[in-house]
Design a protein around this ligand. Structure first.
Ligand code: S5P
Length: 478
């Protein structure tokens, strides 16, 4: 079995185990904050189940390693995560630190127990994240003695804005599982009725912590409509895209990953009224021709959508120039948008730009990926955002899994979206349109198989369009 499959199978099993031991409960609970919640996580019970506890610690470790986080020590948020951090430390030979919860009451006592070098990094381990405040408090204690905290890992993310808040505080949070995935797993195994799952989704939707201490630019990012952002941005393709999104009420891009021109044109015509963009992988088409390009362009004009060739350029400037302009596909002649990996450095953009700018074309940088175990994380993602900022005449946004920039001109497009389904057995990982737009703050969702594999792609596209646009409207007004 592939590594990715193994991991998702293990997460699925763990969630079922947590449900069975009542570490995850459904009902009517009053949270510490006084809020009534239909779901409750009580991870304290896992100390009574050593096999489960061990598996949690191992999955926390693997999740962290997959994210590429680097750290010299680990520290569990007291108390539930303490044994988890202990197991991670002991099994993987990484020293542990203990944060004293009660230090404040004993003034002179050390707040952090254990040995460390000032300036060295510490990974925070937590059981559940809601607003992120416990992780933040622990980070502050660690930082007060000279440690550096850039990463945290959690078993369950309630998806109520904690990840976003921690990111603002400079901490990248990875989770084994989020509420939406947990609900999908429990529904798949019919552990809870759909009505309960929906009640929890509603609760999460209505109880998301707003990002705090935002600089003014962030505030304006939150409330600006697509139209306003279109007015603000300089690039004609970004302007056009925002305009289409607003007028068609669609922030849906359909990925037409089909292998014949007839199939693609049929799909484009069917879903055309519901999309702002059609994404192609031109190199999988068996009968590509100039007539195809002409027909697709006609459909794009008729239905008002842009064409995005998902070529993922990733070579030196001189080579990508040829790949973009020449060869069988002559992509620059017909694709409004293309994308590129930042891996080769700025030369990839310089090369593409020389071809694309004269034709009023635009590029998206791949800053994060949806596939399990991908390496586009942490410093790589940050460097990608910086590269985009330095090439705003050509780069209009990102392929990402979260909002990475506050610049309202940058468009964030998120693939790996399905209304139902966790993955594809080949590493793809899915989130719902709501998660993508509200939790992860995507501007555009990219959906492939969720639409083109549906027996009725037009109706499927309409469902995704409605779900994603309602999520955007919720974001505008909340
Ligand atoms: O991180 C990524 C980036 C891209 S562009 N993950 C992705 O899945 N994609 C593309 O989005 C992928 O190549 C495919 O064309 C589409 C997702 O298709 P689906 O069928 O899984 O929805």
């Amino acid at each position: 079995m592939r590594q990715a499959d193994k991991m998702s199978d293990r997460v699925e099993k763990l969630m079922l185990d947590l449900f069975d031991i009542e570490a995850v409960k459904f009902g009517d609970f009053t949270l510490k904050s006084g809020i009534q919640s239909p779901i409750y996580f009580d991870l304290r019970v896992i100390v009574s189940y050593p096999v489960i506890m061990n598996e949690v610690a191992e999955l926390l470790w693997e999740t962290t390693k997959t994210s590429g986080a680097k750290f010299a020590t680990v520290c569990g948020v007291p108390y539930t995560a303490l044994p988890l951090a202990t197991l991670m430390s002991a099994h993987h030979d990484v020293p542990m630190l203990i944060r004293r919860k009660e230090a404040k009451d004993y003034g002179t006592k050390k707040m952090i127990e254990g040995k460390f070098e000032p300036g060295s990094s510490c990974l925070i381990v937590e059981d559940v994240v809601t607003s992120g405040s416990s992780v933040k408090e622990t980070a502050e204690s660690l930082e007060s003695v000279g440690l550096v905290v850039t990463d945290a890992v959690v078993l369950l993310d309630r998806e109520q804005g904690g990840k976003q808040k921690l990111r603002e505080a400079g901490i990248a949070l990875q989770s084994i599982c989020g509420t939406s995935q947990l609900l999908r797993i429990l529904r798949k195994h019919e552990k809870i009725p759909e009505s309960v799952a929906e009640q929890v989704r509603d609760f999460v939707r209505n109880n998301t912590f707003p990002p705090s201490q935002e600089p003014p630019v962030k505030k304006s990012r939150k409330i600006l409509s697509y139209r306003e952002r279109g007015d603000l941005c300089q690039h004609p393709v970004a302007k056009q895209l925002f305009g289409i999104m607003e007028s068609k009420k669609s922030n849906l891009a359909v990925s037409a990953d089909l292998c014949t021109t007839a199939q693609i044109l049929k799909l484009a015509d069917e879903v055309g009224p519901h999309i702002c963009m059609l994404k192609t992988h031109v190199d999988i088409i068996s009968d590509f021709s100039a007539e195809f390009v002409q027909s697709l362009t006609e459909l794009a004009n008729r239905h008002e959508f842009l064409i995005f060739e998902d070529r993922k350029f990733a070579d030196i400037g001189s080579t990508v120039q040829h790949q973009y302009r020449d060869g069988l596909f002559q992509i620059a002649d017909w694709a409004h948008l293309i994308n590129a990996h930042s891996l080769p450095g700025a030369g990839v953009l310089e090369g593409l730009k020389q071809v694309g700018l004269g034709k009023q074309r635009a590029c998206l940088l791949i800053a994060e990926m949806s596939s399990q175990g991908n390496l586009a994380t942490g410093e790589y993602t940050k460097a990608t955002v910086k590269m985009a900022e330095e090439h705003q005449d050509f780069v209009v946004g990102f392929i990402s899994q979260s909002q990475l920039s506050d610049n309202p001109a940058f468009i964030h497009m998120t693939p790996g979206v399905q209304l139902s389904g966790l993955g594809d057995g080949l590493g793809q990982q899915y989130v719902s349109p709501w998660d993508a737009v509200v939790t992860r703050r995507a501007d555009v969702i990219i959906v492939g198989r969720g639409v083109y594999k549906d027996p009725d792609p037009a109706t499927a596209a309409q469902s995704y369009q409605t779900a994603a646009f309602q999520a955007y409207q919720h974001r505008l007004t909340n």
